[in-house]
Design a protein around this ligand. Structure first.
Ligand SMILES: C[S@@+](CC[C@H](N)C(=O)[O-])C[C@H]1O[C@@H](n2cnc3c(N)ncnc32)[C@H](O)[C@@H]1O
Length: 248
């Protein structure tokens, strides 16, 4: 299996907790400002990316969907609206992110279609072959053990099921690469600190994106975790990538 030490990229260098504990702290810290900052800092492009992922699942017509690392539930809400499934389950390790998501779902009156609950994607409580489709938006980069999280996805997907995984990647060409690095390294942590008071969280975003295996490397890891087929779609000059991972 290709080795990627996801547990090495952590937000708080002085914390004694492991990566998972730090990720819980970080998202609990920024939960209240997450939606605002997420859409503002990505200039709302994140919404276009989630829509692309949902489109890729349309043909499958999934009835049961699992949104992993659901956070404040944006992907789960979009699935419920656009794919008309019987049920969407969202799991996350940050209770505060989930609280924000549950509030949004109640306002939209979608609580009979979407359930959000605390759950670790690296050790899920669901039976084998439970879901038609999985969505993951900007979650896999934060896993303590990427391979374990991907193997768990394969386990809980039904045969022929699909996982649509969105994640940041590094653009490779001038001048987008240079602009993107400058924005991520210098501007984003600064704005993030002003609004969320957590500079480390937004500096971690830059580090974790830089170190994350994107493109073909990610596809190889997903295949060795058990996916039969992985297609890669670069989004917006390669700032993000959509991985469509199929279980046999
Ligand atoms: C950047 S947010 C993405 C939220 C949402 N999916 C979106 O598209 O906006 C990443 C989320 O991953 C969650 N997360 C990280 N590791 C996780 C794990 N092992 N199990 C479940 N959730 C996890 C974090 O708590 C956080 O809410």
């Amino acid at each position: 299996m290709p080795q990627f030490k996801s547990e090495m990229t952590i937000p708080y260098k002085n914390s004694e907790k492991g990566k998972k504990g730090q990720i819980i702290d970080m998202f609990n810290n920024i939960a209240g400002k997450y939606d605002f900052l997420n859409h503002a800092l990505s200039l709302n492009i994140d919404k276009i990316w989630r829509n692309k992922a949902i489109k890729a699942l349309k043909l499958l017509n999934p009835k049961t969907i699992l949104d992993i690392a659901t956070g404040t539930g944006d992907f789960a809400i979009l699935s419920a609206k656009k794919l008309q499934p019987e049920h969407v389950t969202g799991i996350d390790i940050s209770e505060k992110m989930l609280e924000c998501g549950i509030e949004k779902i109640q306002k939209l009156n979608l609580q009979s279609t979407i359930t959000l609950e605390v759950g670790d994607s690296e050790a899920m409580k669901f039976d084998d072959n439970s879901f038609d489709a999985i969505t993951v938006g900007f979650g896999v980069r934060n896993f303590e053990n990427l391979e374990q999280g991907l193997s768990e996805m394969v386990r809980v997907l039904k045969p022929n099921g699909i996982a649509a995984i969105l994640e940041f990647s590094m653009p490779e060409h001038f001048p987008i690469k240079q602009l993107y690095t400058f924005y991520f390294k210098h501007i984003l942590p600064f704005i993030g600190k002003i609004f969320s008071k957590d500079y480390d969280a937004y500096y971690y975003l830059f580090n974790s994106v830089q170190e994350f295996p994107y493109g073909q490397k990610f596809a190889e890891i997903a295949k060795s975790a058990g996916f039969q087929d992985v297609t890669i779609q670069k989004l917006t000059f390669g700032i993000a990538s959509l991985y469509i991972c199929k279980k046999s």
